[in-house]
Design a binder for this molecule. Structure first.
Ligand code: GSH
Length: 94
């Protein structure tokens, strides 16, 4: 998976989730200050021109949370799912 990232609140939430879920991913830095997120290349990934974007092979995942990620939700034990949601909610308060 590739996480198009800038250290802003929304991308940090997804990075926290990926870390807690112990999923492997690469970071593709997106420089918002120079407008990389408004480039045609980036808009091809996310027409909304916002980070984060999570690309898993050919699929682009816009939805936050484990239902859109490998193994979830049915492949993840309920207690672990609850912990993932806890981290996502905590990150929203940052
Ligand atoms: N829930 C929104 C949040 C994304 C968001 O607001 N990202 C901010 C960074 S935290 C962003 O990319 N801002 C750049 C801009 O709006 O120009 C989404 O995924 O579309």
């Amino acid at each position: 998976m590739t996480l198009y990232y800038n250290p802003r609140p929304s991308p940090v939430k997804v990075a926290l989730y990926l870390e807690e879920a112990e999923l492997e991913y690469d970071i593709a830095p997106v420089d918002l200050l120079v407008g990389e997120h408004r480039s045609d290349e980036f808009r091809a990934l996310n027409p909304n021109a916002k980070v984060p974007v999570l690309v898993d092979d050919a699929a682009v995942v816009f939805q936050y949370g484990n239902s859109a990620l490998p193994g979830g939700p049915s492949g993840i034990e309920a207690g672990t799912q609850a912990m993932h949601r806890f981290w996502l909610m905590l990150a929203q308060c940052m």
